[in-house]
Design a protein around this ligand. Structure first.
Ligand SMILES: [Cu+2]
Length: 159
């Protein structure tokens, strides 16, 4: 009995540990409402949105994101020549000191590429965000059905 309790404690400690050793971003970065609009089953890409809050006194640059379920890149949508275009941000994104950065449609977002399997509504996709100093934070993006389709656009999706 006693051994079992000790083992459970050890497992619980492991489960709470960051995915990788190294400094932790917890306490400097808070992530709220991380979600992914459920992509069509055949899609190979999906976008992730969230509100990132920097609780610290210095700007925080995030330079990388990773997930076991996809390749992840920071992207930006921008209006160019009357078209919305998306470009990768290899230099990363900056969450201002004591401020927030919204990853949202039409703006900066997290792009998931080469999806591993279907991203189905209800699933939670683990993601590790990494700052330029190497500190990391593990978060989960919940896959949700996007808002209702415009009226008249649901003719082919019923079953
Ligand atoms: Cu993108």
């Amino acid at each position: 009995m006693r051994h079992r309790a000790v083992l459970l404690c050890a497992l619980a400690a492991l489960a709470g540990a960051p995915l990788h050793a190294g400094p932790d971003l917890a306490g400097r970065l808070v992530v709220h409402g991380a979600w992914i609009p459920a992509p069509p089953p055949v899609a190979r890409v999906a976008a992730g949105y969230a509100v990132l809050s920097n609780t610290g006194p210095e700007d925080l640059r995030l330079t990388a994101a990773s997930s076991p379920r996809a390749r992840a890149e920071f992207h930006q949508m921008r209006h160019e020549d009357d078209e919305m275009r998306m470009r990768a941000l290899p230099e990363g994104i900056v969450v201002p000191a004591h401020g927030t950065l919204d990853l949202q449609p039409g703006a900066v977002h997290l792009m998931f590429l080469d999806l591993d399997g279907v991203f189905a509504a209800g699933e939670r996709i683990p993601v590790v965000l990494q700052a330029e100093d190497g500190a990391r934070l593990s978060v989960e993006f919940e896959i949700r059905q996007p808002g209702p389709l415009p009226a008249g656009d649901d003719g082919h999706s019923g079953h």
